[in-house]
Design a binder for this molecule. Structure first.
Ligand code: C2E
Ligand code: CA
Ligand code: CA
Ligand code: CA
Length: 278
């Protein structure tokens, strides 16, 4: 009977089945994984390139499934965005981030804002604001040490977002527009929302070094943002010439492999100790 199925279809459906099986397995395990603390926040430092100092960090989630399996976000975030579990993961990352900041405050160590990624799902959810507020309160962390990273798509077609953004700002959270320049409406969002930070997308950087016109665009965007009192952080800085270019056009803040990769909390804190001026 197997002979009547053409080979390519067999191959295709085999892969698809394997993907579906893996997704089902992740869905079966996700609740227990959350309870067992398998969703771990890693931290990628943000640097002031002019001074070499760490000026912040971004929390990036990893799924530690057993001692030897570390899963990256692209393997589970899309699934969790579809089934809604991303909300729990994002709050779990926020919880760990608040705890880290609390430890530093208690230890009298220097603190800086840490950003957490927020999927657009919760923004629409009833009670999001309250859950967010309760979390920082429970850790006694000032909201202005938490920066919420939203992507452009989070803003699309959300009527209440205007209102929500205002409320978040009123409580004191920082707002950051992630992947700036990767979509279409970035510039209009710059005018319309109370943003503290924009993060220039990695692809922006690639283009910037390819032609002088692209360089002009990046330069003008940076100037525009600065004139509006918005901090600019460049993502995905991998090369010294990218860093040099950014410094030339007045963008001092960067996040990228040239400086540091995302690392576990204890490694991040060790790096901060090393980085602190003596
Ligand atoms: P993102 O928010 O744009 O995060 C930056 C991604 O770029 C991270 O990948 C980071 O490791 C990577 N990166 C940083 N510097 C460099 C560089 O110099 N070169 C290159 N090639 N890559 C660099 P990661 O950690 O795999 O995260 C991927 C995406 O998953 C994130 O993109 C974000 O959209 C999502 N994500 C990660 N953690 C969370 C989370 O806790 N909640 C939600 N909702 N989404 C998350
Ligand atoms: Ca981000
Ligand atoms: Ca980004
Ligand atoms: Ca991204």
């Amino acid at each position: 009977e197997a002979r009547i199925r053409p080979e390519p279809v067999l191959f295709f459906s085999g892969e698809l089945e394997e993907q579906l099986r893996r997704n089902r397995e992740m869905e079966d395990q996700m609740e227990q994984a959350l309870a067992d603390g398998e969703f771990v926040a890693y931290y990628q430092p943000k640097f002031n390139m002019a001074t070499g100092e760490i000026c912040g960090a971004e929390a990036l989630v990893r799924w530690q499934r057993g001692p030897s399996h570390l899963y990256y976000p692209d393997q589970f975030i899309p699934l969790f965005e579809r089934n809604g579990f991303i909300t729990e993961v994002d709050f779990c990352v926020l919880d760990q981030t608040c705890a880290l900041l609390r430890r530093r405050l208690d230890g009298g160590l220097p603190v800086f804002p840490i950003s957490v990624n927020q999927s657009r799902l919760h923004l629409q959810e009833e009670g999001y604001l309250q859950r967010l507020t309760e979390m920082v309160k429970r850790h006694r962390v000032p909201p202005n040490l938490i920066e919420l990273e939203l992507t452009e798509t989070a803003f699309n077609g959300l009527e209440r977002l205007d209102e929500l953004a205002k409320q978040l700002k009123k409580i004191g959270f920082l707002l950051s527009l992630d992947d700036f320049g990767s979509g279409y409406s970035s510039l209009s969002l710059l005018g319309g929302f109370p943003l503290d930070t924009i993060k220039l997308d990695r692809t922006f950087m690639d283009r910037a070094l390819s032609s002088s016109r692209s360089q002009t665009i990046v330069q003008k965007v940076v100037e525009l943002a600065h004139e509006m009192g918005i901090l600019v952080i460049c993502e995905g800085v991998e090369l010294p010439e990218q860093a040099r270019f950014l410094l030339q056009i007045g963008c001092q803040h960067a996040q990228g492999y040239l400086y540091a990769r995302p690392i576990p909390a204890d490694a991040f804190e060790a790096l901060c100790r090393q980085n602190a001026p003596v």
